[in-house]
Write a protein that binds this ligand. Structure first.
Ligand code: GUN
Length: 308
């Protein structure tokens, strides 16, 4: 493509969504006499999870949401964590419960996620909420794929009648992403590690969504010139040779400075050269997840108190 690609700016869309959340939280306060409430449960010392959780509670404060972070001892058992979730389910002033993943390996994550009351499941991970999504009923939607739809809508990128290819079938991103695109009347293909001729299938996409978790796996041969490319991956690379392969020998200043660099699932140079519009990493899909969590928390609060 000779045209300059449109960069889909996640920070701008995040600010718009946050800007819409604040007056809704204030209206809720006038209606209910309290702020919408979010409880975040963080077990263990995963540094990435600690950063995410800090950002979630900070953003909650900025949007008029009450939040608390609960950090049980890392040796907590599944039974004890279930007890904690049940106690949060029972608290009237808590509208949203988020259990930060991954949980330590000795915890039965499925059991914990199943225990969260669906009406408080602001992650949208509960099978009940997944079922609502699959059957086109209103409900709490998983934040990252819902953020991608907002990004496309607010940039006036048409989805109806378009061919969309999602790479990755995770419960958190790939599967709900496919269902949400279907809801927008796209023709959706879901690819995964067993898909034959992956580049060829991806080249059929008007909208290509990469949610694999492998740095720069999607290269030029996957991208139809003029496609819209959404890169959900956030990977940190620490090998110089890998950085050089991905960014090229003349673009290593940032890597040299820090000794590591964030990279998505799509090769950034190929994406910028071939796509008509794309989400950069960082600053694309990443900022939207937390904004959508705020929106889900307010929506949960409104539903629980009969405001919507
Ligand atoms: N870990 C990484 N992403 C997420 C997310 O969206 N929600 C939760 N609960 N944990 C995560």
């Amino acid at each position: 493509m000779s045209l300059v690609a449109q960069i889909l700016d996640g920070n701008r869309v995040r600010d718009q969504i946050k800007g819409e959340c604040r007056p809704r939280a204030e209206a809720f306060f006038r209606h209910a006499g309290r702020q919408p409430g979010l409880a975040v449960v963080l077990v263990g010392e995963n540094p990435a999870s600690q950063v995410y959780v800090r950002n979630k509670t900070k953003t909650a404060g900025e949007t008029g949401i009450y939040s608390e972070t609960i950090t049980p001892d890392p040796t907590v058992t599944t039974e004890e964590l279930l007890h904690l979730v049940h106690s949060l389910n029972a608290r009237e002033e808590i509208d949203g419960i988020l259990v930060q993943l991954p949980l330590p390996p000795h915890i039965d994550s499925q059991k914990i996620l199943l225990a969260v009351l669906p009406e408080k499941d602001v992650d949208g991970f509960h099978p009940y909420n997944m079922g609502l999504l699959a059957t086109s009923r209103p409900g709490l939607r998983p934040c990252t794929p819902a953020g991608v739809i907002e990004m496309l809508r607010r940039n006036e990128i048409p989805m109806s009648g378009k061919s969309a290819v999602v790479i990755g079938r995770s419960t958190i991103v790939g599967k709900p992403m496919a269902l949400l695109l279907l809801e927008e009347n796209a023709t959706v293909t879901v690819c995964h590690s067993k898909t034959p001729n992956l580049p060829q299938v991806c080249r059929g996409a008007d909208i290509l969504v990469a949610a694999i978790g492998r740095p720069s796996m999607v290269t030029a041969d996957f991208i139809r010139p003029g496609a819209v490319v959404i890169d959900v991956g956030i990977n940190s690379i620490t090998e110089r040779a890998e950085a050089e392969r991905i960014f090229g020998p003349d673009n290593l200043a940032s890597f040299e400075k820090r000794g590591s660099q964030l990279v998505g699932d799509v090769n950034p140079r190929d994406m910028a050269r071939l796509a008509s519009a794309y989400t950069p990493v960082p600053g694309g899909v990443g900022p939207l997840t937390i904004a959508m969590l705020m929106r889900n928390t307010i929506e949960a609060a409104e539903r629980r108190t009969g405001l919507c």
